[in-house]
Design a protein around this ligand. Sequence first.
Ligand code: DAH
Length: 351
Amino acid sequence: MTELEQLVGSARADFAAAPNPAELENAKARYLGKAGRVTELLKALASLPPDEKKAQGALINQAKQQVEVLLTERRESLAGAELERQLQAEALDVTLPGRRRGTGGLHPVSRTMERIEAIFGSMGFEVADGPEIETDWYSFTALNNPENHPARSMQDTFYVDLKDAEGRWLNLRPHTSPMQVRYARTHAARHAGLIAAGQAMPDIRVIAPGRTYRVDSDATHSPMFHQCEGLWIGENVSFKDLKSVFTDFLRQFFDTDDLQVRFRPSFFPFTEPSAEVDLAFGDGPLKGKWLEVAGSGQVHPNVVRNFGLDPERYIGFAFGMGPDRLAMLRYGVTDLRLFFENDLRFLSQFR
Ligand code: DAH
């Protein structure tokens, strides 16, 4: 093999070994650059006698052209590979379906509220709404919970140093129970004529769902949470009715008859007797476990009096339950905070 053939072979190998355009240009310099091997050979021609110069010059130029062709080929193949890589990286599958604007959905707690309203609605209960900024009288005093009484701490609220225009202390309602008093007073006023004439007024039958506030925060308590109050007052409404209404509600809510309800004696200032309502599923992951879902009781005569009604004539029951808790049980959610963090990965599961 001649020296020139060797040179072309070594250029071919060097170019092939260059992994990218930059290295290829370095390799090119080693052959065709100012101090490159081909250039050196051409410079050396000057010292040859004229006849040899011509023949040798032609051979070197031939080799130079071969090296140039090799260089061009490698340049093209590297550029082709780079283009291929880019196309792969930016691949666009035009056959994929387009991205749509997501559809919204109801929050699981809103869904639960609607479900509660529908069930109680079917049992003849009205749905009432009331203020979240409440006066001290409605939140506590009217509910037989006198000023400075320790039982007030049962529904410990965020106290604010604020009075309304009439000088009444304000608070963020710690429960929906004030709605009992607001609704019953309105009802009594609406039927004042009947009442004054000594005739029976229609029963009060209402639920009041809404937001409530307490100084509480952990996996099962949030400073803002929901409650749903219930109230049924008439001339002959008893604890028996409370039991059947609430049991019926829970069975409809959880879509099963395979569930037990227990009324456990308790204390609330606004009811006498009072009970906590517990339920136990007959099946599923929580099978047989007693879970507290509401407070309840027969409305205290003092509260009936604050309704503007005669406790000798009107009697009934009330309850207050936690829709957040019911939503957790229905959907198997173990941390209440998930409901209020507004993470779409969580919320979109309820769409
Ligand atoms: N308001 C009570 C609470 O927040 C719950 C409650 C208990 C409501 C008994 C009632 C009731 O209406 O009769 O803990």
